[in-house]
Design a protein around this ligand. Structure first.
Ligand code: PGA
Length: 262
């Protein structure tokens, strides 16, 4: 599809990640992954990523066995130590390809700042994990025409200082907070406008050529009923899916992205 190309004209592979959030322990998670695995493997045009809770990663890894990639939902930036309750990048190595960082629920409920997200993103690169870094404005910001300022601050604060030569490993998820779990998705045009802004900010940091290889997803109330609209926009490289990733609708979303981006 025109526009979805990276450095050297290489096509950016669409990526659809399922953020299970705090759902599915090891037994349920393994069963659900088993139930959708074959269908996901049959859609190789799209990179599917399952992001179970940390405690479920090993069980899901046992059934996916590398055939579908996994992501963690969070991690700390230190490799080990006295950080009760945290998961380190080294613990994720071998289990996960990706790690979601700076999700708005982490930022909102657990006080994560751009600075912390940035340290985590740097650690992800250091330990060979690919970060999916989330940015997105609140409804108040959008209504006050502050989306651009807000996103610019988040991108600069969360995504500076990463290794430019490996930037194609970065995925950014644009997730307007007002669209998450509300059933009120952004329009594809609104999402694409912010995705362009994200790319422009990244280009200021790293140069346009490098940034052409970075994939940017949309997230927020994505379902199989609305994904086609987002996938049809060349600026949007896929989706970060919450609620719908807990059901077979996730497969329908991946299938639709494959067809539309075809
Ligand atoms: P949702 O969540 O699809 O349930 O809106 C998206 C997300 O938080 O990543």
């Amino acid at each position: 599809m025109s526009g979805a190309t990276g450095a050297n004209g290489a096509r950016r592979k669409p990526i659809v990640a399922g953020n299970w959030k705090m759902n599915y322990g090891p037994t349920e998670g393994r069963e659900f992954a088993e139930s959708i695995l074959g269908d996901l493997i049959a859609i190789p045009q799209v990179e599917s990523v399952l992001c179970p809770p940390a405690i479920t990663l090993t069980a899901v890894h046992a059934v996916t066995d590398g055939a579908v990639k996994l992501g963690a939902q969070n991690m700390y930036f230190e490799a080990r130590g006295a950080y009760t309750g945290e998961i380190s990048p080294t613990m994720l190595q071998g289990l996960c390809t990706y790690v979601i960082l700076g999700h708005s629920e982490r930022r909102g409920y657990f006080g994560e700042t751009d600075e912390l997200v940035n340290r985590k993103a740097k650690a992800a690169f250091e330990y060979g994990l690919r970060p999916i870094v989330c940015v997105g404005e609140r409804l108040e910001d959008r209504d006050a025409n502050l989306t651009e300022r807000f996103i610019t601050t988040q991108v600069k604060g969360s995504l500076g200082g990463l290794p430019a030569e490996r930037l194609s490993e970065l995925v950014v998820a644009y997730e307007p907070i007002w669209a998450i779990g509300t059933g009120r998705a952004a329009t594809a045009q609104d999402a694409a406008d912010v995705v362009s802004l994200i790319r422009a900010q990244l280009a200021e940091l790293y140069g346009a050529e490098v940034v052409a290889g970075v994939r940017v997803q949309y997230g927020g109330s994505v379902t199989s009923a609305n994904i086609a609209e987002f996938a049809a926009n060349p600026a949007i490289d896929g989706a970060l899916v919450g609620g719908a990733s807990l059901t077979p609708d996730f497969v329908a979303i991946v299938q639709c992205v494959a067809e539309v981006k075809g």
